[in-house]
Design a protein around this ligand. Structure first.
Ligand code: HEM
Length: 903
């Protein structure tokens, strides 16, 4: 669904209903639609202070959701989550002539709201730290930046043009490079290892505790510091999982012999499994890291804990974060006062498996018998696993005994499972390639070499290195597809999430109308993409791209030429700002609450409904993951992670073990750390604005008191948490003469001041001080089926799509010249051969192709095939009944009635 179709539908919808009496019931709603159409659609905001805040006019709300859509209008939260059809069956229009029309209006209206958000985010929220911001701020959509040149120290400096114009060519453009250079052929350094993290918020609003300008001084009045309010008190009072039987949890260690009688309480998400929790840890290890080889600066600091009786440890210490630049710039438009380097490639290039620099590459082991493959070795029972890290490989001492992977830090059983799975998948692709090559050695593999672009490279001529690199591209695109079309729609479990994400990948028409897709693709790339008009080449480009889909944009050109930089780069769009993740993105990915304390272990070859052991997650950490994996195997772990529900991302739900984590590398008395408190400290070190300003910066509505977090039907424990928040962050007597932000204005156009709409001199909550990680976990009000909050979501709307838009290999480079013909088909069809179609349909969709993750699991762990018969989305708990329409009910499917998890 794209914006244009939303427009068309909303214009045509009213005339689709005849003069039937039943219409009276929806008369109001339709009149409101007509009203909306007559008034026309809103324009993209000319300045940030008047942007769309997810709040629509009353007529619009009624048109899309009837009276129920007015429910959230006086709250800070976005309106669309109450439109028709955007939740489960209860959101279907009631007593109306037809259900489909209004539901379509509701869901497409929601998508329209999200498109407005995305356009304005692209326009207002890209703050590159490397010196290019001034041009973006002036509306100049540059395609090449001096700041993205390779430095003299780079071994490829001369190859890309040295002192002259730098352009990548030859071997450097054929595949993903180790450090991520030359993904963008005109900007060789973009996204490469060691580039600076960007920001999504105004530079002047970062590092609020420095009080460097009047606005931040007025906003926080000197109340903030690195350890103020005390992060460990916040962790203990607001994050701790309450335990009904602490003795059965035993601080997250469970009971002797992994007894199934152990129990650690946690709030569970019925629609999302533990596999999904580890999936996102696996992804973040691909995208970013602030640490170098698993450590920070060799300088230790206190981490708080003024009140040890709460259970924290005053003697805990942590190493200070690395800082790239720690003095403010001469010109505030140049960058934030401090910057930090991403020690990983920012590209979605599976660098956690394949490496991101020379050091990490040494941990990656290729198969000496077939160098196109990664090495797998038989375990005690003959099953193939990754080898353990070679003792000669560079490693942090605490990684000893772990399985070999480029990104080795914070290794868990889930990472072991996913790394093993995708290394198997890499080798499965290579095997299939060899099979096809043996059958048709002289056929065209699709691969081309820019040194001799017209020469066909046959299957038999493909070298092991070329095959290894092509396999990497395939695995990588497959992972991006799983994340976009399978993991994320389950994270945002409603029809809005499903349609938005599928349009990003497959386009509006899927495979049903290739001509329309091609025509749209040409319009986007060659007309919008080349336009000098910034609104067209950036904001509208992003909207209309969901017609053909972002994936593969610019790859369908007839005269594609791998020696022409313009052709190579045709499909990428950075919207005027070089791509890297912003610090704010890391903040919303601090998802430690997803992890349970105990894993409900099951055996695939016995009764899958039985939980035979409860294994403490902490006993599967680092090298302990190797024993856990090898002693049982991939099938048992797949079943275990697939059936268990993950933790809800809300206050009061942090794993007990993460608050008390032992880390051997720490030079401190306790050698322990509270990871949840550390999440707050790291964000403070990196100057992430506090929650309310964070929301204003992203175009969301501010809160005016802690009570705004509470839903109308708040539980006692939610009320208690908000009361604790008030005790921790405090209150103050407000002063309406102090302006606190320039990101937004009050509805009457006046500046927002310290009183946030309360009378001058009244005592108000210090809502401005709330750490962002605390704030988003306190969002008890959220759209249906959302495992994340709307604040996290808005960060994803911008950055998740940019990760596709900016990457040559996901846009114009999705071609056989790089992937091979077999590779292109593998990505499109989710594996070898023709696409497989599901027998079961869910959520009112026609039967879907068997999902890519399900295919990867079935292919590489065949023991799971029976279990996966019922699974549509591999991240939905495997024994759950899918129900009719986006149900969140925790009910067993047929055959799983005796599953212990449903007792
Ligand atoms: C057993 C599971 C896990 C353990 C033991 C663990 C441990 C840690 C530790 C110790 C850090 C702090 C590094 C530092 O700043 O010094 C960290 C950072 C982080 N963790 Fe986890 N984690 C786990 C699971 C997850 C999961 C499921 C996610 C989901 C996305 C996640 C996301 C992050 C992020 C985003 C950071 C910040 C990284 C950075 O600053 O570059 N972690 N984790």
């Amino acid at each position: 669904m794209n914006l244009r179709s939303c427009f068309l539908f909303l214009v045509l919808a009213p005339s689709a209903f005849g003069a039937d009496n039943r219409i009276i019931a929806e008369d109001k709603s339709l009149k409101a639609c007509a009203d909306l159409v007559l008034k026309g659609f809103r324009k993209i905001a000319p300045t940030r202070d008047v942007r769309f805040q997810g709040k629509v006019a009353e007529a619009t709300a009624i048109c899309r959701g009837g009276q129920q859509a007015l429910l959230l209008r006086n709250t800070p939260w976005v309106d669309w989550s109450h439109y028709f059809g955007t939740a489960d069956l209860a959101s279907a229009p009631k007593g109306l002539l037809t259900k489909n029309g209004p539901a379509f209006r509701g869901v497409s209206g929601a998508l329209l709201d999200l498109e407005y958000q995305r356009m304005e985010l692209i326009k207002f929220n890209l703050f590159d730290n490397s010196g290019t911001y001034k041009d973006y701020a002036q509306g100049r959509v540059l395609k090449r930046w001096d700041e993205m040149r390779l430095p003299k120290s780079d071994p490829n400096y001369a190859a890309v043009g040295g002192d002259g114009t730098q352009t990548c060519s030859g071997q450097l453009i054929r595949a993903r490079t180790l450090t991520g250079i030359c993904n963008d052929v005109l900007n060789p350094a973009m996204g490469s290892t060691g580039q600076l993290f960007a920001r999504n918020v105004e530079f002047t609003t970062t590092f609020p505790d420095l009080g460097a300008n009047t606005l931040t001084q007025n906003r926080h009045a000197g109340r903030l510091a690195l350890l103020k309010p005390d992060p460990q008190i916040i962790s203990r009072k607001l994050f701790t999982r309450p335990q009904s039987h602490p003795e059965a949890c035993n601080d997250g260690y469970g009971l002797p012999n992994d007894s199934p009688e152990a129990n650690c309480d946690y709030q569970k998400a019925p629609f999302f499994n533990v596999l999904a929790a580890y999936w996102i840890q696996f992804m973040t290890h691909d995208w970013f890291s602030h640490l170098e080889e698993g450590h920070n600066q060799p300088v230790y600091m206190k981490v708080g804990c003024e009140t040890p009786e709460l259970g924290c440890r005053p003697d805990d210490r942590i190493d200070r974060a690395y800082v790239a630049q720690d003095t403010p710039p001469a010109n505030p438009l140049d960058r934030a006062p401090k910057t930090f380097a991403n020690t990983n490639t920012a590209w979605w290039d599976t660098s956690q498996i394949y490496g991101y620099d020379e050091t990490s590459l040494k941990r990656v082991q290729r198969d000496p018998k077939d160098p196109a493959k990664l090495l797998l070795v038989p375990g005690a029972k003959g099953e193939l696993f990754l080898p353990v890290l070679d003792p000669s490989a560079p490693m942090n001492p605490q990684w000893k005994g772990q399985e070999a992977a480029a990104f080795a830090d914070n290794w868990t059983i889930g990472l072991s499972f996913l790394h093993n799975l995708f290394v198997r998948e890499h080798n499965s692709f290579v095997d299939e390639f060899h099979r096809v090559a043996a059958l048709t050695p002289n056929a065209d593999s699709g691969l081309r070499n820019p040194a001799n672009p017209r020469k066909v490279i046959t299957y038999s001529e493909v070298t092991p290195e070329e095959l290894y690199q092509a396999a990497r591209l395939v695995i990588n695109a497959e992972i991006a597809k799983i994340h976009t079309t399978e993991w994320t729609p389950q994270l945002l479990y409603d029809d809005v999430g499903y349609k938005a994400l599928n349009a990003n990948w497959n386009g509006l028409f899927g495979n049903s109308n290739p001509q329309a897709t091609k025509a749209l693709n040409d319009i986007i790339v060659y007309n919008f993409g080349k336009s000098k008009d910034v609104e067209k080449s950036s904001q509208w480009y992003s909207v209309f791209a969901s017609g053909p889909g972002i994936f593969g944009l610019g790859s369908r050109a007839k005269n594609y030429d791998i020696t022409n930089p313009e052709t190579l780069n045709a499909g990428v769009n950075h919207f005027g700002s070089p791509f890297n993740f912003p610090e704010e993105f890391i903040t919303v990915y601090r998802l430690h609450a997803l992890v349970p304390d105990l894993l409900e272990f099951r055996e695939a070859d016995k009764d899958p409904n039985k939980i035979v052991k409860k294994i403490a997650v902490v006993n599967t950490f680092e090298a302990k993951a190797t024993d856990a994996m090898h002693s049982t195997g991939m099938a048992d772990w797949g079943l275990t992670l697939g059936r268990q529900r993950l933790g809800v991302l809300q206050l009061g739900n942090t794993p007990v073990f993460l608050q008390n984590l032992h880390m051997g590398r720490l030079d401190s008395k306790t050698q322990q750390i509270d990871v949840a408190a550390l999440d707050l400290i790291r964000d403070r070190e990196r100057g992430v604005p506090r929650f309310n300003e964070f929301r204003r910066q992203y175009g969301l509505r501010q809160l005016t008191s802690f009570d705004d977090f509470l839903p109308p039907d708040a539980t006692d424990s939610q009320k208690q948490l908000i009361q604790s928040m008030r005790e921790i962050y405090g209150t103050h007597t407000c002063d309406s003469s102090k302006v606190i932000t320039d990101a937004q204005l009050n509805p009457d156009g006046s500046p927002i001041n310290d009183c946030l709409g309360h009378p001058n001199g009244s005592v108000i909550d210090n809502i401005e001080d709330v750490d962002t990680v605390v704030g988003w976990q306190a969002e008890f009000v959220r759209p249906h089926g959302f495992a994340i909050s709307e604040t996290q979501f808005v960060v994803f709307i911008l950055n998740a799509s940019r990760r596709l838009f900016s990457d040559r290999f996901f846009t114009s480079g999705f071609r056989p010249e790089f992937y091979t013909k077999l590779g292109i088909d593998w990505v499109n069809n989710n594996g070898p051969g023709k696409p497989m179609i599901e027998k079961i349909a869910t959520n009112n969709h026609p039967p879907q192709p068997v999902s890519p993750m399900k295919r990867v699991l079935m292919r590489n762990i065949p023991e799971l095939q029976g279990e996966l018969d019922y699974v549509i989305n591999a991240f939905d708990p495997w024994a759950r009944d899918h129900g009719e329409y986006y149900t969140l009910a925790w009910k067993p499917r047929k055959g799983a009635e005796t599953d212990d998890a449903f007792k």
